[in-house]
Design a binder for this molecule. Structure first.
Ligand SMILES: [Zn+2]
Length: 112
């Protein structure tokens, strides 16, 4: 069983984060929850994906990706500047093409 430290690192890989309202949160696809990134860590805010607030975060701040290798579905931050992310299902690094984010921006009405 893998352990996770307070920096949001699982098996040596840092969890992706998302900004929502005035906070930054780790996206934990494995536990299906968001956790606040609050240095220094005093009280971690924990929001489950299926809570109303978690659903809003998924909807407004995240997009769902599907791993082409293992078909695992997981959330990443919308309008992320990251071009690589790792699949929490099979641990492969996935390249996110620029075109994906541009399409996202258009679909959500935020594009040019
Ligand atoms: Zn995968």
């Amino acid at each position: 069983m893998e352990t996770e430290d307070e920096q949001g690192t699982v098996g040596g890989r840092r969890l992706p984060t998302v900004r929502f309202e005035c906070g930054e949160y780790f996206i934990d696809n494995r536990l299906r929850e968001f956790r606040s990134v609050t240095p220094p860590i005093r009280r971690v805010e924990l929001i489950k994906f299926d809570e109303p607030r978690g659903r809003r975060m998924l909807l407004e701040a995240c997009v769902r990706l599907r791993c082409s290798a293992c078909k695992h579905r997981f959330a990443v931050a919308r309008r992320s500047t990251e071009h690589e992310t790792w699949c929490p299902g099979c641990r492969r690094w996935l390249v996110i093409p620029e075109a994906f984010w541009m399409k996202e921006a258009q679909d959500s009405g935020m594009g040019p």
